[in-house]
Design a protein. Structure first.
Length: 366
């Protein structure tokens, strides 16, 4: 979908709600609507905000550090600097634009900042309106151009894994492997990792979000790697669990069970099925084998400009999946005194099923 069309959809929403303008602060939303790529270091430090009036062209408000980049990246959007800070500019700009009601992304605005905005708005007679999910609702459904970008991100992620795997050996530390993964991503063209890589050996693989440490990879024990990268703005996310050395009967049992749960869920996914129903299918496979207490997280999550976004494949999501949604499918079993196995692929929801974006099944079917 062209960026201009996305802006027009937001403006139509604003007009229906009788809101004069929306202030977009969430960085993924800002990029989705404008093409402006800088990331924010954290919620308290911004590289700019997008002001979308309901009845005129949008403006990108930023500071001197990002002036050249902003002017090079955005089209049809006026770039305006705030040398004295964002609130000082808004105090002058909003009345000049005839804006009397301003919506802001309350889920991505610090309370302290919202209070300062409220005081500023009161001084100039503007109604401040907290909103949630106005842009995220559009991001839920990916168009084919976005799906192509996600597919490329997934395939590059697989290539990185394949290259780094060739260099792995027992005795390397978890951190050695994590650093190798992330440096290879950058060398092969990724913008950055989409999250800090998870590398966990032996019993530590029972920690779903293990932080790589100065721990040597154990031979003949599970090794879990959860990795992702950002390519052209879009994230990938993949988990592979395998054994450096000899796989014993216990490992084969757990791995094959997790894979059966994953395939059962993938076969369930299609437009019109709830996230809860998909989660239940995978959970039933694992619970039926006696390991239900060791699969304690949701089955999957949406992926796009953010590595974790809606929709969720979880027991709490009763909403129906829609064609164009993209989700991970990542069942796992985590045994504290042994280790864990998680397998994760990314799929596109289609009307009659789903499309698996991952192509390398070497590490899945054993």
């Amino acid at each position: 979908m062209p960026l201009s069309r996305r802006i027009k959809k937001i403006q139509a929403k604003l007009r229906r709600k009788k809101i004069d303008a929306l202030l977009v602060t969430q960085p993924h939303n800002r990029r989705y609507l404008s093409g402006y790529t800088p990331a924010d270091h954290d919620i308290g430090e911004s590289s700019g905000v997008l002001l979308i009036p309901a009845h005129r062209s949008p403006l990108l408000l930023t500071d001197f550090r990002f002036k050249i980049q902003a002017e090079n990246e955005v089209e049809g959007i006026e770039v305006m600097l705030y040398p004295k800070g964002l609130l000082a500019l808004l105090k002058e700009l909003l009345p000049d634009l005839g804006i009397s009601s301003l919506a802001f992304e309350s889920h991505y605005t610090l309370h302290a900042v919202a209070e300062k905005m409220r005081v500023m708005a009161g001084k100039i007679g503007i109604t401040l309106l907290p909103v949630e999910g106005m842009v995220e609702a559009m991001r839920l459904i990916k168009d084919e151009e976005e799906i192509a970008k996600l597919r490329s991100s997934v395939l590059l992620n697989e290539l990185v894994f394949q290259q780094v795997f060739k260099t792995m050996n027992p005795g390397q530390t978890e951190i050695d492997i994590a650093l190798s993964l992330e440096s290879t991503m950058r060398r092969l063209g990724a913008e950055s990792p989409s999250f800090e890589s998870i590398v966990a050996t032996g019993r530590r693989s029972a920690l779903p979000h293990a932080v790589p440490g100065l721990v040597a990879v154990e031979k003949n024990q599970p090794l879990m790697i959860d990795m992702g990268l950002i390519l052209d703005g879009y994230c990938s996310d993949m988990t592979r669990t395998f054994v450096p050395g000899k796989r014993d009967a216990k490992y084969l049992e757990i791995h094959r069970l997790v894979r059966r749960a994953q395939l059962a869920a993938i076969n369930k996914i299609r437009a019109g099925v709830s996230g809860a129903a998909v989660d239940k299918v995978a959970r039933n496979v694992i619970a039926g084998a006696g390991y239900g207490d060791y699969f304690g997280h949701a089955l999957g999550h949406g992926v796009g400009l953010a590595v974790h976004e809606e929709p969720r494949l979880s027991s709490r999501n009763r909403k129906h999946l829609r064609a164009g949604m993209i989700v991970t499918v990542e069942p796992g079993i985590y045994l504290p005194d042994w280790g864990g196995v998680r397998l994760e692929n990314i799929v596109v929801v289609r009307e009659e099923g789903c499309e698996i974006l991952n192509q390398d099944t070497t590490w899945l079917d054993i």
